[in-house]
Design a protein around this ligand. Structure first.
Ligand code: GP9
Ligand code: MN
Length: 616
């Protein structure tokens, strides 16, 4: 009997992909659903019996599987159609790609390889395992004349019905990872593609709902009438340092007795330190963090905000400060066109940016740009001069040297790490973070030595995760051993926040906050009113509870509230203080709905701004 090899080969690839993505979840039901989606593709290709189409489809689907698995290894989620627009970004992260790559991913192409080798060895017998023509009709050895046209059409229609029904009856279409797991890989992608255009024109909340009172009601917060620290740093300069890939667990963390972040640890002793502070970036990573902290708005559900939305005059921290006579500058050693920052910075109201053109690639690290040492060293004289002229300033500095895959030149290694992790991603992460920490320490010394320290509010925070969940057991086990517990999703979200305010006693504050809270927190410290703009964050000093939304890296509706982190679609939450799971389906469903409304409101506001506040 000859086999319909085309659907079987595709099915094998899809099952292999499932095994990498969701080990242990392939039930008979999902197996049949995956098979149905494969049959649709096979059926469509049978409309025109062109072998080349099948080979092309096979190649494209293999590449789809391969690219998704690579993307998943780094970002912990699958590619979406918007991400295709970011392919140019890939050339910038080549070294990260090499780090993520594993030869087992090439199995997606193994059938093509075997076919090619067979063909080279046996030129006379052409094996086309995708053809449906009969063996006798040509000089070829062919398989797969299994179904006739009518049978094919019926099977395809049936498969289409099964897949469509599985989508229609699937309740949580907002959670694409869960949908992929429950409904199938190709079916979810097909659904994504069908809704791709429609999503862009989704109904947004009516603009009359766009009030601070609506936001506060959703978040269940009351503005405090006598806010603590109001105006405590009035008129001071603001320096905001956004640290690349630095997670909170690194604070006071030691490896073989060696502190990874000695300078941050010392800064904790002089600052208000928030150990329960979370990164809320979307697809735009570093640039999203810059956007969120400067606007108190949420990033987009899909796509980097700096790429998707252009020429908008955002109500922002630089604009708020301009009214008080501040100048706002931002420093980052990469080319400003990366993440469209050349457009983003004017949108955010910065007066000036300093990028690669300014840093001239002095002491470069990787292909990104100058080292963090140079980032700080060249920014410092500019700040010093403003200080000398008594010009109030807001300076934002975005570090880069601890970017994945953390390949810092050996000459910059400053600590000894155990042999066990030398040369591993984990070891390299610690070395890179330690280097960035060192450069931050130098910068603080310079601020102190030149009299800027007593006139400066220093805000230091991490942009996003540095370590992600991984299937690599060595990496996982070693990290657990060093940390004394497993490194989990919460650790990936949890970044440090330190605010050093001249004259205020250091303390650790356990209030829960996210990047969206930085603008209102700084506004309170400077004693500024936010009456003229909407903020989705809150002043972290004056509210102990919060409602923080997470999107893109987590299913829409994922949140932190009260003491719990909850991933949308699951029945569980995790206590953010002790990382223990907690089951309460009803409660979490209610919270999911609250946070989804909040995120939808932020989207509406962005849309409103895009239509009503263009950049002149
Ligand atoms: C490059 C930097 C990259 O300018 O933003 O960081 P990422 O966005 O990949 O975290
Ligand atoms: Mn980053």
């Amino acid at each position: 009997m000859q086999l319909p090899l085309f659907p079987l080969i595709l099915l094998l690839k899809i099952i292999y992909m499932r095994a990498l993505l969701f080990p242990e979840t392939t039930t008979v039901r999902i197996f049949l659903l995956e098979f149905a989606s494969v049959l649709i593709i096979w059926g469509l290709l049978n409309l025109k019996e062109r072998t080349i189409w099948r080979h092309t489809a096979n190649f494209l689907i293999s590449t789809f599987c391969f690219a998704n698995i690579m993307y998943y290894s780094f970002f912990g989620r699958l590619l979406n159609w918007e991400a295709l627009g970011q392919l140019t970004y890939l050339s910038e992260v080549k070294s990260s790609i090499a780090e993520i790559f594993s030869p087992i991913y090439l199995l997606f192409y193994v059938d093509m390889l075997i076919l090619l080798v067979w063909q080279l060895l046996n030129r006379k017998i052409y094996v086309d395992y995708f053809s449906t023509k009969s063996l006798k009709s040509a000089k070829y050895l062919k398989f797969d004349p299994f179904f006739k046209k009518k049978a094919v059409t019926t099977v395809t229609a049936l498969a289409l019905t099964v897949c469509s029904l599985s989508v229609v009856f699937y309740p949580d279409k907002g959670n694409k990872m869960a949908m992929t797991r429950e409904v199938g890989i190709l079916t979810t992608q097909g659904y994504e593609l069908l809704t791709f255009w429609q999503k862009k024109h989704d109904k947004l909340a009516p603009t009359d709902k766009l009030t601070q009172a609506t936001i506060n009601r959703l978040k269940q917060i009351e503005p405090s009438s006598w806010p603590k620290y109001f105006g405590a740093a009035s008129g001071k300069n603001i320096i905001l340092i956004q640290l690349e890939s630095i997670e909170n667990f690194l604070i006071n963390f030691t490896v073989d007795g060696e502190q990874i972040t000695p300078n941050l640890n010392s800064l904790v002793q002089e600052s208000l330190y928030f150990p329960y502070f979370y990164s809320q970036i979307g697809q735009g990573n570093t640039s999203d963090a810059e956007f969120i902290t400067n606007t108190s708005l949420y990033p987009l559900a899909d796509g980097a905000i700096a790429k998707e939305l252009k020429n908008i005059k955002y109500p922002s921290l630089p604009r708020l400060l301009k009214e008080q006579g501040y100048v706002s500058l931002t420093f980052h050693a990469n080319d400003v066109t990366f993440w469209n920052r050349d457009n983003l910075y004017p949108c955010l109201g910065f007066d000036k940016y300093y990028d690669k053109a300014f840093y001239q690639d002095e002491d470069p690290i990787g292909r990104w740009g100058s080292s963090d040492q140079v980032l700080f060293a060249k920014a410092f004289p500019i700040l010093k001069e403003l200080h000398a002229k008594r010009q109030k300033f807001y300076a934002s500095l975005i570090t880069l040297s601890s970017h994945h895959p953390y390949n810092l030149p050996e000459s910059k290694h400053r600590i000894e790490i155990p042999d066990e992790i030398k040369g591993t991603l984990l070891g390299n992460y610690f070395l890179a973070v330690n280097y960035t920490d060192y450069t931050l320490g130098q910068f603080i010394q310079a601020l102190k030595a030149h009299g800027l320290w007593d006139n400066t509010v220093l805000v230091v925070f991490g942009d996003h995760f540095g370590l992600r969940n991984t299937t690599d057991t060595f990496y996982k086990n070693t990290l657990s051993k060093l940390l004394g517990r497993d490194h989990d999703q919460l650790d990936s979200l949890n970044v440090p926040l330190l605010i050093r305010i001249p004259g205020l006693k250091a303390q650790t504050i356990n209030n829960v906050g996210g990047q969206v809270d930085l603008l209102p927190t700084i506004a309170n410290l400077l004693g500024l009113s936010l009456d003229k703009q909407l903020v989705f964050g809150q002043d972290i000093f004056n509210h102990s509870d919060n409602l923080l939304g997470f999107r893109f890296y987590y299913p829409e509706g994922t949140l932190i509230t009260a003491n719990h982190f909850h991933e949308a679609g699951s029945r569980y939450g995790f206590n953010i203080f002790n990382h223990k799971p907690y089951e309460d389906k009803e409660f979490f469903l209610q919270q999911e709905n609250r946070v989804k409304s909040l995120l939808a409101l932020s989207d509406s506001y962005l849309n409103y701004l895009a239509e009503n506040q263009p950049l002149p």
